[in-house]
Design a protein around this ligand. Structure first.
Ligand SMILES: NC(=O)c1ccc[n+]([C@@H]2O[C@H](COP(=O)([O-])OP(=O)(O)OC[C@H]3O[C@@H](n4cnc5c(N)ncnc54)[C@H](O)[C@@H]3O)[C@@H](O)[C@H]2O)c1
Length: 257
């Protein structure tokens, strides 16, 4: 129980990787504030993971709104008295070629993936500073280290998350806030399925076959959300105090740095 009674906010936790994050954090003893744009799915997921509702709090909100971020942080601190951890997991992807991509789509991805992660970290970080410290994990992607086709904005946004992680780690070390990131490869979620659906007509390969090709090479399968959750739970814990400002590839060995 590395996170016994620690209060952790997880963004984008209505499903996908977020569900695996919440599940792993609950397994490690944490209380979890779940937040997402999709309040309906959020409530269903919370009821599934924490049937009594004793260790989770659901707060809907749009992270591109400063007002919603303030409400989420107020609700979390109000319900549990403090915030010990934050996982910036919410994210968005719009597939397109670099020739055809729209500037509005570029801005939306940068806004949700980097700007909202920064705004959330700032709001939660201020609370942590008051309470003696905490830990933050940003969910970046191996796309932020490599540059995959048809997702230039997403690649750039995740590189931004990696850079943000380094900056916050250095600047907030003196107030005992540890900041790291994880860079997953293909995780078995609706986002990955949507990428395959977009590719199908563009490369003329059936989406099921494309998904098969997204298996991590050394394991021959896709990463499961709970596997991301277990690494994040470790990084949030005191066992990871010596790991700081890192963006750790969790893609089954596909990105060897
Ligand atoms: N699935 C993968 O293969 C993969 C790989 C590497 C990194 N990631 C990253 O992991 C994170 C989770 O991805 P996922 O695969 O679970 O995707 P997902 O689409 O299933 O989940 C993303 C969640 O973020 C929420 N969200 C989006 N915009 C929001 C906003 N403005 N405010 C609040 N919530 C918002 C969505 O409602 C959704 O529930 C993302 O940051 C993604 O970029 C995913």
């Amino acid at each position: 129980m590395r996170l016994q009674d620690r209060v952790v906010v997880v963004t984008g936790s209505a499903g996908g990787i977020g569900q695996g994050l919440v599940s792993a954090l609950l397994d490690d003893g944490a209380k979890v504030v779940m937040t997402d744009l999709d309040q309906g799915r959020l409530d269903v997921t919370a009821a599934d993971l924490d049937p009594g509702g004793q260790r989770t709090l659901c707060v809907g909100g749009d992270l591109s709104s400063g007002k919603d971020i303030a409400s989420i942080v107020d609700a979390a601190a109000g319900a549990f008295g403090r915030i010990d951890g934050l996982v910036n997991n919410a994210g968005a992807i719009v597939m397109d070629t670099a020739f055809d991509a729209k500037v509005d789509d570029w801005s939306m991805q940068l806004n949700v993936n980097v700007t909202a992660a920064f705004a959330m970290a700032q709001a939660v970080g201020r609370q942590m500073r008051e309470n003696g410290g905490g830990s933050i994990v940003n969910v970046a992607s191996n796309c932020g280290k490599d540059g995959y086709d048809n997702m230039a904005a997403y690649n750039a946004s995740k590189a931004g998350v990696i850079s943000l992680t380094r900056s916050l780690a250095r600047e907030w070390a003196p107030v005992n806030i540890n900041v790291n990131a994880v860079c997953p490869g293909g995780v078995d979620t609706p986002m990955l399925a949507a990428v395959a659906d977009w590719l199908e007509p563009h490369i003329g390969v059936e989406s099921g076959e494309i998904l098969g090709g997204m298996n991590v090479t050394q394991l021959g399968r896709k990463i499961q959300p709970i596997e991301v959750g277990r690494v994040v739970a470790f990084l949030l814990s005191d066992h990871a105090t010596i790991i700081r400002g890192q963006s750790i590839s969790i893609d089954g060995g596909d990105t060897a740095y």
